[in-house]
Design a protein around this ligand. Structure first.
Ligand SMILES: [Mg+2]
Length: 253
C-alpha cells in the first residue's frame, strides 16, 4: 500500500522570518500603491490567492487577472525578501531527519499541500535545501480553496504512484490544514511547531498532534496504525476517506 504524506510548508517544514508577508506587502504597494495592505488580515493557513482576494475584494479589485498579476509581483519580491532575511530563514526542528526517515520507507510518498503558489513554494524550499524532497504537490496556484489543492495533491500523488486508492495524510500547523484535509478525505496530523498550540489542532479534529516533526520513529508507526484502522473502517463502509473528486475550481497549471 502506498501512503501519500502531504506537507504544508510555512510553520510546518520551515520559517521564512516574515519574508513572504513582506513580499506580499511590497507587491500591493507596487501594484496598487497600498501601504500596510495586510494589516488586520489573518493569513495563517490561507492560500496565497485567498489572502490577495481578501485585500482586493473590499476595494472591488479582486478579478482573477488582478490576483494573478499581484501574485506574479509577489514572487519577484519574494526572491529579494528571502535573500535579505536569509538569517531568519530556517527549517524547523527535526524536519531534515524526519524527511530522511520517511524517504527511506518504501510505502511513503512525499508531497506538498501548501497555500503557496508553486514558484513561491519552490523559492522557500530551495532556501532551506528541501526542494528535492518532494516529487509532487498541490499549491495555491492550483486552487484558491485549500481543500481543493489537497484534492489536487492527492490526484497527482495517486497518478504518480499508480495507486488510485492510496490514502493520504496532510501534515500542517494550522486548524485550516486540518479542516482542508478532512474535506478532501485525508487524515490530518497537526504539527504544533510554530503558531498554534496542540489543543487548537486537536480541537480542529486532527487525528494526531505532534509538538514537532522530530522523532518520526516514535510517531510514524502510530500514524500508519491510524491509517490502517481508517482503511479497515472504510472497507466496512462505516467511515473513512471520501472519494477524491477532481475539484471544480481548479485552474489550469
Ligand atoms: Mg502553515
Amino acid at each position: 500500500m502506498k501512503l501519500l504524506l502531504l506537507f504544508d510548508i510555512d510553520g510546518t517544514l520551515m520559517l521564512s522570518g516574515g519574508a513572504g508577508l513582506r513580499a506580499l506587502e511590497l507587491a500591493f504597494a507596487e501594484q496598487y500603491d497600498l501601504r500596510g495592505a495586510l494589516r488586520g488580515v489573518e493569513c495563517d493557513g490561507k492560500t496565497d490567492p485567498a489572502i490577495v482576494r481578501e485585500v482586493l475584494g473590499p476595494r472591488g479589485l479582486d478579478t482573477d487577472a488582478n490576483i494573478a498579476r499581484l501574485l506574479g509581483s509577489y514572487v519577484e519580491h519574494l526572491r529579494a525578501t528571502m535573500a535579505a532575511g536569509a538569517a531568519s530563514v530556517r527549517a524547523l526542528p527535526g524536519v531534515l531527519d524526519c524527511l530522511g526517515y520517511l524517504a527511506a520507507r518504501p510505502e511513503a510518498s512525499l508531497g506538498l499541500a501548501t497555500g503557496n503558489v508553486e514558484p513561491g513554494a519552490r523559492l522557500k524550499l530551495d532556501a532551506v535545501g528541501l526542494l528535492g524532497s518532494f516529487a509532487f504537490g498541490g499549491y495555491g496556484s492550483d486552487a484558491e480553496p485549500r481543500a481543493d489543492l489537497v484534492r489536487v495533491a492527492m490526484l497527482r500523488g495517486r497518478a504518480r504512484e499508480r495507486a488510485p486508492a492510496a490514502p493520504a495524510v496532510v501534515l500542517g500547523d494550522t486548524p485550516r490544514d486540518v479542516l482542508a484535509a478532512h474535506a478532501a478525505g485525508a487524515l490530518a496530523v497537526g504539527v504544533a511547531a510554530a503558531s498554534y498550540p496542540p489543543e487548537a489542532l486537536a480541537a480542529a479534529g486532527a487525528e494526531l498532534v505532534l509538538p514537532t516533526l522530530e522523532r518520526p520513529e516514535a510517531w510514524y508507526p502510530r500514524l500508519c496504525a491510524l491509517v490502517a484502522e481508517r482503511q479497515a473502517l472504510s472497507a466496512l463502509g462505516a467511515e473513512g476517506p471520501g472519494p477524491c473528486r477532481p475539484p471544480g475550481s481548479v485552474r489550469p497549471g
